[in-house]
Design a protein around this ligand. Structure first.
Ligand code: FIX
Ligand code: ZN
Length: 417
């Protein structure tokens, strides 16, 4: 049935709400990795996005803040950003939306009621409830094979979960080889600081064994704004001689998240990273010279978005995804998504949550659905005005592709649903 333009925004919102999404990048953990997963009000409030904002609204020093207990930190952030100020920023509003989603008060002077609620939740049931509230069928994790807490859980055989897809995250190996090759050596891999052919093949063996152990849906690395490729250092050599070949052999994509200026203010710890515009010719070189590899790509700098769209028009082994980190604000998500629809049609992955705390998926996906509805409606309105009728089935098919099919097909996890 042909759709009238007037009802498009409502229809788009309805269909966005009706279709469960796949969240292609999070820092959440499946139940069997239990202790690693963050959830509850104290974790929501001490999220590094809010910590960065605390230090702008309170004169506590970071050094003093880190000496506080998690509970004291959460109390301070709640008082400073939610009681003494209106929580209008995107990350603050997020906490309000989560409390509201569970019917909890959002303007209390303290956190007693919220803490009582979250501590009464049974973790596994709570996880299912939260994913259902967020309209997600599955999330993709970020799993570090060199993390001293996480690695032993996988080596002991972590129970897989159909709603949680693993990813082999390689930042320590690719960005900090000088400080981490010793861990591989201690696990019996004949590697050393220099990237000799032997070291490269041993890293290959390490990746192969973790692919068997974890069955990752892709490998991933975040990269600085200064990233260049090819490059003669450990990162360039390990990418070319170990990671890219391993991805090809296991038939999985490599996710490149480019544009971080790491720890410009280390006193803020996780909140200490910033953004820089990257030279995306490294991406051009990878797409041209590694046509058998597939690259999921997210760029952190607003200024790099247009270039990424243009490169994706040139190379189908590039899949742009998400409005990452400092870009995950409705005004910027709108700008980036409109540009991508105009330049790529529906052949991209609009968003990921990057959730570090379980309940964050509730507000991050509510924001995305709320922001995307008028953008999609506008695309269909101008299409109708240009003379092509649009049906509800068209809208359902496009949303399915944007938030499920593109990832399923590109990651090769199953035929597009
Ligand atoms: O590298 C990443 O995966 C980033 O998303 C994180 O490191 C970052 O701290 C973050 O939480 C962004 O939202
Ligand atoms: Zn992330």
């Amino acid at each position: 049935m042909r759709t009238q333009t007037a009802i498009l925004p409502g229809l788009a919102l309805e269909e966005l709400a009706a279709i469960p999404f796949i969240d292609v990048h999070t820092h959440l953990f499946m139940p069997s990795l239990g202790s690693l997963g963050l959830w509850g009000i104290d974790e929501l409030l001490t999220y590094h996005y809010l910590e960065a904002e605390l230090f702008r609204s309170h004169d506590i020093t970071p050094e003093h803040y880190w000496k506080l207990s998690k509970r004291e930190q959460a109390d301070l952030i709640w008082r400073t950003l939610f009681v003494e100020n209106a929580p209008v920023s995107e990350s603050n509003r997020g906490v309000v939306a989560v409390l509201n989603a569970f019917g909890l008060p959002t303007d209390e002077p303290d956190l007693a009621e919220a803490r009582a609620f979250f501590s009464a939740q049974e973790p596994r049931a709570h996880i299912r409830k939260v994913l259902q509230l967020a309209g997600l069928s599955e999330v993709v994790m970020t799993n570090d094979p060199l993390d001293p807490e996480e690695a032993p859980l996988w080596e002991r055989g972590a129970e897989p979960d159909p709603q949680f897809h693993p990813v082999l995250r390689l930042d320590r190996i690719l960005n900090k080889w000088a400080h981490h090759w010793q861990i591989l050596a201690s696990k019996g891999y004949a590697v050393d600081a220099a990237i000799t052919a032997r070291t490269a093949s041993e890293v290959r063996r390490f990746l192969d064994e973790w692919c068997k152990r974890m069955a990752p849906v892709y490998m991933a690395v975040s990269l600085p704004d200064t990233f260049v490729f090819p490059e003669d250092g450990p990162r360039g050599k390990l990418l070319a001689e170990a990671v890219l070949p391993a991805c090809r052999e296991h038939g999985i994509a490599l996710s490149l998240m480019i544009g971080v200026r790491y720890q410009v203010n280390p006193r803020l710890r996780l909140a200490g990273d910033a953004v820089g515009r990257a030279d995306l010719r490294a991406l051009e070189y990878l797409a041209v010279n590694y046509p058998e590899n597939r690259f999921l790509v997210s760029v952190l700098s607003r200024e790099n978005q247009h270039e990424l769209c243009v490169y994706a028009r040139k190379f189908r082994n590039l899949m742009p995804f998400g409005c990452w980190w400092f870009l995950n604000n409705p005004s910027i998500v709108e700008e980036i998504t409109r540009e991508r629809l105009e330049m790529l049609g529906t052949s991209f992955i609009p968003q990921h949550s990057d959730a570090r705390v379980l309940e964050q998926v509730i507000y991050k996906w509510r924001n995305t659905r709320r922001t995307l509805a008028p953008i999609l409606a506008n695309s269909y309105r101008v299409l109708i005005e240009d003379g092509r009728p649009v049906t509800r089935a068209d809208i359902q098919r496009d949303i399915q592709r944007l938030f499920r099919g593109n990832f399923e097909r590109f990651a090769g996890i199953r035929a597009a649903s």
